[in-house]
Write a protein that binds this ligand. Structure first.
Ligand code: NI
Length: 175
């Protein structure tokens, strides 16, 4: 296993809509490193393009918050329906030191493939729904900061520019 470098805000791959995964066994070979990197960085989710891979999949583990859950892999995700709204503070391994409250749908109906390549449609809510939506955004080239109002974004725009310029060390959380 090996730790992978997490790319930061400003890297073009984080603005790219990632390519669908056709070779699922190829993803399986990457999972150990993805999970290890996510745990090392203290994240609850990690999208493939955050470690430089142009592939639509993400790993998620919220078990330290909700112990009944299990580590999960989501491949080729699409949000089919969403319902309600919720506010939750988010951070991002690719945007060190910035946290902000983001409004998102509370519940989603998600189509995705699991590690066996099985196409599934499941409903998610709460923290898992939140993390999934953050990772789906990554894989479509969107940052959580894109959801903020212009007034809120103006408060962090200088910090975003600094990260884009030099890449800052990652501290703290999360997705
Ligand atoms: Ni993130």
């Amino acid at each position: 296993m090996a730790l992978l470098p997490v790319v930061k805000y400003g890297d073009p791959i984080l603005r790219k809509k990632t390519a669908p995964v056709e070779n699922i066994p190829g993803v399986l070979d990457l999972l150990d490193d993805m999970f290890e990197t996510m745990y090392e960085e203290g994240g609850m989710g990690l999208a493939a393009n955050q470690v430089g891979l142009d592939m639509h999949f993400a790993v998620i583990d919220i078990t330290h918050e909700e112990e009944d859950e299990a580590p999960r892999v989501f491949i080729n995700m699409k949000v089919l329906e969403s319902n309600g709204t919720s506010d939750m503070e988010e951070g991002c391994l690719s945007i060190p030191d910035i946290r902000a409250t983001v409004t998102r749908p509370e519940m989603i109906l998600l189509r995705y493939q699991d590690e066996a390549g099985e196409v599934r449609e499941d409903q998610f809510e709460g923290l898992l729904s939140r993390v999934i939506q953050h990772e789906v955004d990554h894989l479509n080239g969107i940052f959580f900061t894109d959801h903020l109002t212009p007034a809120k974004r103006s408060m962090i725009i200088k910090r975003l520019a600094e990260i884009a310029e030099m890449g800052a060390p990652t501290t703290g959380i999360v997705l």
